[in-house]
Design a protein around this ligand. Sequence first.
Ligand code: ATP
Ligand code: MG
Length: 156
Amino acid sequence: MNNPCIFATYLKPIEYAMATNRTFTMIKPDAVTDGHTGSITKMIEAAGFRIVAMKMTLLTPERAGQFYEVHKERPFYDDLKKIMSASHIVAMILEKENAVADFRKLIGATNPANADAGTIRKLYARSLESNAVHGSDSDENAAIEGSFFFSRTEQF
Ligand code: ATP
Ligand code: MG
């Protein structure tokens, strides 16, 4: 039991099994302000996602910048920080088999003009910059983003 290798062998499969079933989303300020929180949440549940954690909160420009740090060299980074901190958001951790890929399908393309009919962004986004929802792009980022907003005791 004191052997760390044995300990790691037991832990790893559990960690991976959990990660593949979860994704993280935010209903962005534009969609919350436009009164779409209920409709979007209803679509998420109707598509078979279980809500593991949920909260309404406000990002500062600094925290929005940390969240989207991967885009810090992009020309739209400053606007993204402003838009994401303009008013409150609703953050959620979601669970479903194949959660990351299935959720990206449900939300549609980044630019709502290119999103498939019936997707969340097609229905509720204002524009490329204010595109209603965020969805994690990998299992690894889903875990990082979930813990950016929620402690273990806030996840059910
Ligand atoms: P998100 O990470 O919010 O789920 P995404 O993964 O579909 O969106 P990303 O490439 O990660 O797209 O971009 C993050 C966000 O930055 C987008 O949701 C969008 O609001 C904004 N964005 C992306 N590309 C552009 C662009 N060319 N011009 C302006 N804003 C952009
Ligand atoms: Mg992204």
